[in-house]
Ligand binder design. Structure first.
Ligand code: DAH
Length: 338
C-alpha cells in the first residue's frame, strides 16, 4: 500500500488540469464517492494496526495534496465557468413579472365585516352547511308545517336534512355549546331553491351575529349596528329601522341605509326610495334561548343577519349578482387593488 501511495503522489505532480472539464475529471477520479481516495481509505481499514501510524501519515499527505490541487484549479476556473454557462444572458433585460391574483370581492367584504365586529369584541364561529331540521327551523321557533317555513325555499336532502337556508342555524349551535356571555359573528354560505336572476342565486353568503348576556337591550342592538354601518360605509350614511317579522326574534326589525349608489336621491337599485335594506335583526325570542339550553329569565340577547352579496353590490355598485359566481377575470381583476 505504501508503494501505491507513493506512486499516486508522483502521478499527482504530473497531472495537469487545463480546463474546467479536466477539473471535473480530476474530481471524479480522486474525490468522488467511487474515486481513488475513497478506495484507499477502504483499503486502509484492513491494514494491520502496527503499520497504521506510518501509513496514516502518508495517507494524510496524499489527501492534502489532492485537495490542494483541486482547490487551486477550482479557483482558477471559477470565472471561466460563470462566463461559459451564462454567456447568453442579457443582464440588462427587465425581470419577468409574476402576475398576482386578487381576492374575490365577496371575501373582501366578508373580511371587512369580520374586522369591524372583531374590533367590537365579537368572536367568530362556524357551523355545517348540511343541517338538520331542528337547527335550521324548529329550534328557531319555526313549528312543523308553519307557514313561516315558506319564507325560505329550502333544498331538502330528506325529511330531516336540508342545506341550511340561513346562518341562523349557527346561533343555535353556538348557544348549545357555550354559556353566556356570548358575542359572536358567524359567516358562511347558505342555499335557497330560487330561480337564478340578477337579484337572486341558489346559494349566497350571510353573516349572522349574536350577543347574549344579562340585560342586553334593543338599545345595545342599535348602537352595535350603527357602529358597524358607520365603519363600513362612512360617517355620512343614514340608518333607519323598520318593524318586521322573524320567528326567532321579538321584536324584529329590518335595517335600511341610505342608498350608497345614488346617495339617497333615488335610482334603480333603491327603487327610487333612497333606502336599501341591508339586514334583519331583533331581540332573540326567549323560546329560542330556552330551546338552546340557556335560561331566558337570566339572559337576553340580540341577533342580526345580513347578506354579503347585497352589501358588496351596494359598496362597489355591482348590478348583477351572477357576476360574483361566473369567475370572469375581467370582473375580478377590478378588485385587485383592494
Ligand atoms: N335568517 C334571516 C334570513 O336569512 C336573517 C336574520 C334576521 C337573522 C333576523 C337574524 C335575525 O339573526 O335576528 O332571512
Amino acid at each position: 500500500m505504501k508503494q501505491k501511495l507513493e506512486e499516486l503522489q508522483q502521478k499527482l505532480h504530473e497531472y495537469t488540469i487545463n480546463s474546467s472539464e479536466d477539473l471535473e475529471n480530476f474530481r471524479l477520479k480522486y474525490l468522488s464517492r467511487k474515486g481513488l481516495m475513497n478506495d484507499l481509505f477502504e483499503e486502509f481499514k484492513q491494514v494491520p494496526n502496527e503499520m497504521k501510524r506510518d501509513l496514516g501519515k502518508l495517507m494524510n499527505v496524499v489527501k492534502t495534496s489532492v485537495q490542494e490541487k483541486f482547490d487551486e484549479a477550482t479557483e482558477k476556473f471559477k470565472s471561466d465557468k460563470i462566463e461559459n454557462t451564462n454567456s447568453n444572458i442579457d443582464y440588462t433585460l427587465p425581470a419577468e413579472t409574476t402576475e398576482l391574483g386578487s381576492r374575490h370581492p365577496l371575501n373582501i367584504t366578508e373580511n371587512q365585516i369580520v374586522a369591524i365586529f372583531t374590533k367590537l369584541g365579537f368572536t367568530i364561529a362556524e357551523g355545517p352547511e348540511i343541517e338538520n331540521d331542528w337547527h335550521n327551523f324548529s329550534a328557531l321557533n319555526f313549528p312543523p308545517n308553519h307557514p313561516a317555513r315558506d319564507m325560505q325555499d329550502t333544498f331538502f336532502i330528506d325529511e330531516e336534512i336540508a342545506l341550511r337556508t340561513h346562518t341562523s342555524s349557527v346561533q343555535v349551535r353556538l348557544m348549545q355549546q357555550k354559556n353566556p356571555p356570548l358575542r359572536a359573528i358567524m359567516p358562511g354560505r347558505v342555499y335557497r331553491n330560487e330561480a337564478i336572476s340578477a337579484r337572486a342565486n341558489c346559494f349566497f353568503h350571510q353573516i349572522e351575529g349574536i350577543y347574549i348576556d344579562k340585560k342586553v337591550s334593543f338599545a345595545d342592538l342599535k348602537q352595535t349596528l350603527y357602529a358597524f354601518v358607520k365603519d363600513m360605509f362612512g360617517e355620512e350614511v343614514e340608518v333607519r329601522f323598520r318593524p318586521s317579522y322573524f320567528p326567532f326574534t321579538e321584536p324584529s326589525a329590518e335595517m335600511d341605509i341610505s342608498c350608497q349608489i345614488c346617495k339617497g336621491k333615488g335610482c334603480n337599485i333603491c327603487k327610487h326610495s333612497g333606502w336599501v335594506e341591508i339586514l334583519g335583526c331583533g331581540m332573540i325570542d326567549p323560546n329560542v334561548i330556552e330551546n338552546c339550553g340557556i335560561d331566558p329569565e337570566k339572559y337576553t340577547g340580540f341577533a342580526f343577519g345580513m347578506g354579503i352579496e347585497r352589501i358588496t353590490m351596494l359598496k362597489y355598485d355591482v348590478k348583477d349578482l351572477r357576476t360574483f359566481f361566473i369567475n370572469d377575470t375581467r370582473f375580478l381583476k377590478q378588485f385587485s387593488n383592494l
